[in-house]
Write a protein that binds this ligand. Structure first.
Ligand SMILES: Cc1cc2nc3c(=O)[nH]c(=O)nc-3n(C[C@H](O)[C@H](O)[C@H](O)COP(=O)(O)O)c2cc1C
Length: 346
């Protein structure tokens, strides 16, 4: 990425595209670059479906409309409205549906979902630099039951969203973000905060977070909060192995949300923010490791960090310490051009 900070701050959700076509080759290289920018422990498993031809878009539009017509709301929608929706889908140059693959444990399922959402954010940022605008679309009116079976969503897989992609003429106005300081707390010994060994001070972290909050998030819920953990007592729980005791951590939390659909969207938005933070941290003199440790699934442990029952820790970021290459990099992109034949896979 040429200028990470600028791409993060200037990217906007685009809902109106020009007719200029988007080449498949460009999309494939965007996906590969986006996947290579994702760094975390483990190998994530995800896949995507590309709707880049007029025929595949037509098939997608038909499936989406069929789903709406089945619903109670759809029965009330005038034909003019469904015609408009169909035209919208057909005229958007490219669509990609992103899917987190199934896994045996809850932690692995979260790893896959976090990876695919973070990669979607990378796609948005890289695309933005090339003049491509995108809309991350998850509307449950369309993305549900029959559409999922039409596109071949397998048992245990998780739909992360569809990116609508195209060139555009008008950039929408920015929707302001809340300063990170307002969603921030500190746990730990005061003296460690200002220790000369503490290379990653709260101020350093807040500076990056205030850029990272320019993440996309549905309904502008800004569903994140941050806990900066420092000092021996607090950080000892989080330390994965014998790092320097002055290494602080940032626990990134998705706020309480009772609606399951919004819960997923919020988790996805927090992943975008974390991805922004990771990209920004690459140009800092300290190092960062993104972890989903086992203890976050233990309510007692979470409680000791003040995590509320319906909040979820999305990642623990280890800030500073030795530079370590992640255990593995992301798996190659499994890219599928959607065609009508996909309808018969199940
Ligand atoms: C997980 C996720 C789901 C989203 N779903 C929708 C959606 O269904 N419809 C929509 O119009 N926008 C959707 N958005 C985009 C947000 O509305 C958009 O990010 C927000 O308004 C902030 O605008 P910005 O992206 O230009 O900063 C979604 C964003 C995320 C991250």
């Amino acid at each position: 990425m040429k200028n990470v900070s600028q791409a993060i701050r200037e990217r906007r959700t685009i809902r109106k595209f020009s007719t200029r076509p988007v080449e498949q080759e460009g999309i494939v290289s965007l996906l590969n670059e986006a996947a290579s920018l994702y760094e975390a422990e483990g190998t994530p498993h995800w896949r995507c479906l590309y709707f880049g031809t007029p025929e595949s878009r037509e098939a997608l539009a038909e499936s989406m409309i069929a789903r709406v017509k089945e619903s109670n709301l759809g029965k009330l929608l005038p034909a003019k409205m469904t015609g408009f929706l169909k035209k919208q889908i057909n005229s958007t140059p490219a669509h990609i549906i992103f899917i987190a693959e199934s896994a045996e444990t809850r932690r692995q399922r979260d790893e896959n979902y976090a990876a695919v959402c973070s990669i979607m954010q990378n796609v948005q940022l890289l695309g933005w630099e090339q003049g491509l605008g995108m809309l991350w679309y998850t509307d449950p009116m369309f993305f549900n039951g029959s559409l999922f079976s039409k596109i071949g969503l397998r048992e245990g897989e998780r739909f992360a969203g569809m990116l609508e992609i195209g060139y555009f003429e008008k950039t929408p106005r920015a929707r302001k973000r809340t300063p990170a300081e307002e969603s921030w707390s500190i746990i730990g010994e005061e003296d460690k905060l200002h220790s000369e060994f503490n290379t990653v001070s709260p101020q350093n972290v807040l500076k990056l977070l205030n850029e990272a909050v320019w993440a996309p998030n549905d309904g502008m819920r800004e569903p994140w909060r941050f806990i900066y953990v420092t000092g021996d007592q607090a950080a000892i729980k989080l330390r994965s192995s014998g790092e320097d005791a002055s290494t602080p951590f940032l626990v990134v939390v998705a706020k309480e949300q009772s609606d399951p659909h919004k819960q997923d969207e919020d988790y996805a938005a927090v992943c975008c923010l974390i991805q922004n933070f990771q990209l920004l941290a690459k140009s800092e003199p300290w190092h960062l490791r993104r972890l989903i440790p086992e203890w976050i699934y233990d309510t007692k442990q979470c409680k000791s960090f003040g995590i509320r029952p319906r909040e979820r820790i999305v990642a623990v970021l280890e800030l500073g310490g030795d530079k370590r290459v992640p255990d593995s990099v992301s798996a190659p992109v499994f890219f599928e051009q959607f065609s009508r034949e996909n309808d018969h896979r199940r």
